[in-house]
Design a protein around this ligand. Structure first.
Ligand SMILES: [Ca+2]
Length: 525
C-alpha cells in the first residue's frame, strides 16, 4: 500500500466532513491507524498485514435471494447452496442481519456510503450525491486495485470510473454464467497479483433476480436480449432447465400454496442454485490465485426475493439477509452469530476497519470488526429499514424498525385508496393469489392487505415470521408499539428523514384516540 495515498484519504475525509457539516455523525471513537502509518505493530495490524502483504477484500453478492433459501439457514432442499454453505463453514454467519432497503440500487448505495438512503441521495434509482464519499473510492485512494462484476448500473452509477476494472453483465451472460465469472475473476486476481497491489473485488451475481431460470419471463427476456443493441444487454443467457419439481420445493409462508406459486418458486430455486454456482466459481478463482489466505471474503444478498411480501417492502423477509464473513486467521471457523443485529449501513465501515482505514466521513454505520473478532458489541438490538420509490418511479414510502423479535412499519403512503404495485406483482405468483382471492375470503384479505396496507403494522416475528397477523390495536401489545414508534421517531429525527413530517402527523392523529386509527378491513378511520 502506498502511504502517500493513505494520507490523501485522510485529508479528503477531513475536507468532506467540513463541507458536509456532518461532524456529529463521524464516529467519535479513535479509528485504527492505517497500515504503515504507525511505527508500532499492534495485534490488529498483524491480522491485517500478513507476511504476504496487506489484506485483500472479496465482496460477493447475490441478487434478490431470501435469507432462508440456503442450506446453512435451513432450506429443506438438499444441497441447494453447497458453495455458500462451505463459505459459512469457514467463517461467521450472521442470522440477524438486514440490508437497509430492499431494492437493488439504493441498497448498494447504502453499502457504498455507509449512509441511510436519505443521507446519501440515492433514495430510489438516483445516483449517490456527488459530495458523499464511497467505499470504492476510499480503497482506490489507499492503493487498492478495485473491480466490479455485473450490476454495474446499480453500483455508484455516477462514479463507475471509480473502479479500475468493470466487467459488465453482458460479458457474464447477463450476470448468470458461473463459468464466465470464473474466467473474469481469475483474470482480475492475476492482474492484481502482477501489479503487487491489494485488491477489492465486488462480484455481483444477477441470480436469482427475475427473470427466474426456465420461466416464461426468461423466454421473453431472452428474445428481447437477443435483439438488444444496448451496452448492457445482448450477452445471452446460460441455458437452464427446471432443477426442482414444483412438488419438491417449500412455499414461503407469506405466499399462498397454489400450483402456479409452486411453479414459480421452483423456478426461483433453480436460479438460487445457479447463484450458488457463481459464488463457488468466484471462490475457486480466488483459491487458484493463491491469495485466499490473505483475503477477507464477505457474502450477502442485496435483499429478499422478488415475490409479494418480500422485495421492495419493509417486512422481515424484505430485508433479512444471510451475511457471511470469512477472515483467515481472525474468525474461528463455523461460527453463527444470532445475537448482533448488523445492517447494510455497517458494510463499508466494517471493510474499511478490517483493512485499517478510517470510516467514511459522515457514515451512519459502524464497524462490526469487534464482533468478527469474537467480542460483544453493544447497541445492536434493532436495525432501521425503509422504502422510498420503486423501479417504476412510483413513491411508496415506508419506514421500519426491526428487532430480533418485534418489527414495526410505518406506511406513509397507505391512504386506503393508493394501490401498491411492484415488479413482483408480475410473473405467476401474484396473479395466482389474486385469482384465489376471487373464491377464497382469506386469500382475498391477504391480497387486499398487500395492495392497500394500513398506516402502521406491528409483528412478533419470532412467532409470526411471515407477518401474517399485525398486532396493532391489540391492548397487550400497545406498549411494544409505543416503544418502537418512539425508536423510529428518534431515528428519523436524528437522520433528518424526509418522511418525518408524515410520521409526526400520523403520531398526532394517534394521540387523538382510537378513532384516529384507520380500520384496515373497512378503510375507515
Ligand atoms: Ca436486487
Amino acid at each position: 500500500m502506498r502511504s502517500g495515498n493513505v494520507g490523501r484519504v485522510r485529508v479528503l475525509a477531513v475536507v468532506a466532513v467540513l463541507l458536509s457539516g456532518a461532524v456529529a455523525c463521524v464516529a467519535a471513537a479513535p479509528r485504527p491507524e492505517p497500515l504503515g502509518a504507525s511505527g508500532e505493530t499492534t495485534e490488529a495490524d498483524a491480522s491485517r498485514r500478513t507476511a504476504a502483504g496487506p489484506l485483500n477484500v472479496l465482496l460477493i453478492t447475490v441478487d434478490d435471494m431470501g435469507w432462508d433459501s440456503l442450506g446453512i439457514t435451513g432450506s429443506p432442499i438438499p444441497n441447494i447452496t453447497p458453495n455458500i454453505d462451505r463459505l459459512a463453514a469457514a467463517g461467521v454467519l450472521f442470522t440477524q442481519a438486514h440490508v437497509t432497503i430492499a431494492i437493488c440500487q439504493p441498497t448498494r448505495a447504502v453499502w457504498m456510503t455507509g449512509r441511510y438512503p436519505h443521507r446519501n441521495g440515492a433514495l430510489g434509482f438516483g445516483p449517490i450525491d456527488p459530495d458523499v464519499p464511497t467505499l470504492v473510492e476510499a480503497l482506490g485512494e489507499a492503493g487498492y486495485q478495485t473491480g466490479l462484476m455485473a450490476k454495474t448500473g446499480h453500483v455508484v452509477p455516477s462514479r463507475l470510473t471509480a473502479f479500475d476494472a468493470v466487467i459488465g453483465a453482458k460479458e457474464l451472460q447477463n450476470g448468470r454464467s458461473p463459468d464466465l465469472y470464473y474466467e473474469h475473476a481469475a483474470e482480475f486476481f492475476r492482474q492484481a497479483k502482477n501489479a503487487e497491489q491489494p485488491f477489492f473485488l465486488m462480484a455481483n451475481s444477477q441470480d436469482p433476480h427475475r427473470p427466474f431460470a426456465a420461466s416464461r419471463q426468461e423466454v421473453n427476456f431472452r428474445a428481447r436480449d437477443a435483439t438488444s443493441t444496448s451496452e448492457q444487454y445482448g450477452g445471452g443467457f446460460p441455458d437452464a432447465r427446471l432443477a426442482f419439481s414444483p412438488e419438491q420445493i417449500p412455499v414461503p409462508g407469506y405466499l399462498i400454496d397454489l400450483p402456479d406459486v409452486r411453479l414459480e418458486v421452483a423456478q426461483y430455486y433453480t436460479s438460487v442454485r445457479r447463484a450458488d454456482a457463481t459464488v463457488g466459481a468466484v471462490l475457486r478463482a480466488l483459491d487458484d490465485s493463491g491469495m485466499a489466505d490473505r483475503t477477507l471474503v464477505m457474502f450477502l444478498s442485496d435483499h429478499g426475493p422478488s415475490f409479494p411480501f418480500a422485495k421492495a417492502n419493509a417486512w422481515m423477509h424484505s430485508t433479512r439477509t444471510p451475511w457471511i464473513v470469512r477472515w483467515p486467521g481472525v474468525i474461528a471457523a463455523a461460527r453463527t452469530d444470532a445475537e448482533h443485529m448488523i445492517s447494510g449501513v455497517d458494510l463499508a465501515p466494517t471493510i474499511l476497519d478490517a483493512v485499517g482505514l478510517e470510516n467514511l466521513a459522515g457514515a451512519d454505520g459502524r464497524s462490526f470488526v469487534p464482533v468478527l473478532r469474537g467480542e460483544t458489541q453493544a447497541g445492536r438490538e434493532v436495525v432501521f429499514t425503509q422504502i422510498n420509490s420503486l423501479s417504476s418511479g412510483r413513491p411508496f414510502p415506508m419506514r421500519a424498525v426491526v428487532g430480533r423479535r418485534y418489527g414495526y412499519i410505518f406506511n406513509a403512503w397507505a391512504d386506503g385508496e393508493t394501490s401498491y404495485r411492484s415488479e413482483a406483482s408480475g410473473g405467476l405468483t401474484f396473479p395466482a393469489m389474486r385469482e384465489a382471492g376471487a373464491r377464497d375470503q382469506a386469500a382475498a384479505a391477504r391480497v387486499a392487505h398487500y395492495l392497500f396496507r394500513s398506516p402502521e403494522e406491528l409483528y412478533d416475528y419470532r412467532r409470526d415470521p411471515d407477518a401474517l397477523e399485525s398486532l396493532i390495536g391489540q391492548p397487550e401489545h400497545s406498549a411494544t408499539a409505543a416503544r418502537l414508534r418512539a425508536m423510529l421517531l428518534e431515528h428519523m429525527r436524528s437522520t433528518g428523514d424526509p418522511q418525518l413530517a408524515a410520521f409526526e402527523t400520523w403520531l398526532a392523529e394517534l394521540e387523538q384516540g382510537p378513532s384516529g386509527v384507520r380500520d384496515e378491513s373497512t378503510g375507515e378511520r
